[in-house]
Design a protein around this ligand. Structure first.
Ligand code: BTN
Length: 263
């Protein structure tokens, strides 16, 4: 199926998230566009989706490789009526929705790595960049930016990315409809978002923990100059990863990267 404004609107018709939809053949960053739209009053559900990005952004100031014709680059505006300190689970929620979307089309197991990596065969197939504006203690809006490597070939990843990233096509040998994946993604995010607003983090945390390989495993966490090694014991009610360090101390990880160690 073609990937353009017409086909996206047809596939997303009736979806709460994805309306209004702004399709761009190329843009710097869909997160950038969605932040600007939200700043100008865009309603919850507004979505920016592009065929290519010239300045795709990842977490921790990384670049998100965004060539034309192969992947999904999408950003959604949410306006939850919550305090800013309660917003971190939205990234976890988005990870669960992406994992559910990809699990329904992949033969192989999709796994989640804290905080925002979606893995296929131990390589990153999707990532989430959550950005937020607050007013006082409340969230004014959140932009959920999601990149999914769909039909990208191995050759399109330059070293060292080819060792750590992958696409659905590389792992499954199938070319997928980006339109259909986007529509399923919006439906799943919509459902998990409603669950979060109704029931809080608990059902999301439960699903996340059932889909991660980190639980009970030894990891190293890195945030600036801080490094901790220990065993993952769970996730707390704020979405922080909980670990028991080698020194026997319980630590809550709220930022940075996690690396799975060989036990
Ligand atoms: C990460 O894993 O570091 C997050 C990657 C997020 C990439 C997506 S692509 C759509 C949206 N626009 C951006 O510039 N970034 C996010």
């Amino acid at each position: 199926m073609d990937f353009n404004e017409h086909s996206l609107k047809a596939t997303l018709a009736g979806n709460k998230l994805g309306e209004p939809l702004y399709y761009l053949p190329v843009t710097e960053s869909t997160n950038h566009d969605a932040l600007r739209l939200a700043e100008n009053g865009a309603a919850e559900g507004a979505m920016v989706i592009a065929d290519a990005q010239t300045g795709g952004r990842g977490r921790l100031k990384r670049t998100w490789i965004s060539p034309a014709g192969s992947n999904i680059y999408v950003s959604l505006v949410l306006r939850p009526d919550i305090e800013a300190v309660c917003a971190a689970p939205l990234t976890i929620m988005a990870g669960v929705a992406v994992a559910e979307t990809l699990s329904s089309i992949c033969q192989q197991r999709i796994q989640l790595k804290w905080p925002n990596d979606v893995l296929l065969n131990q390589r990153k197939v999707a990532g989430i960049l959550t950005e937020m504006k607050t007013m006082g203690r409340k969230v004014q809006f959140v932009v959920l930016g999601i990149g999914i490597n769909v039909n990208m070939s191995r050759e399109a990843f330059e070293p060292p990315l080819d060792q750590i990233a992958t696409s659905l096509f590389i792992e499954e040998g199938v070319t997928y409809s980006r339109c259909e994946i986007t529509a399923n993604l919006c439906r799943n995010i919509g459902e998990w978002y409603d669950t979060f607003l109704r029931e809080g983090i608990n059902p999301i945390r439960e699903r996340w923990l059932s889909q991660t390989q980190l639980l009970d495993k030894t990891i190293e966490t890195i945030w600036g100059d801080d490094r901790y090694r220990g065993r993952v014991t769970g996730m707390d009610e704020t979405g922080a990863l909980v670990m028991l360090t080698d020194e026997g101390e319980e630590r809550r990880i709220i930022a940075g990267d996690t690396i799975l160690m060989k036990d």
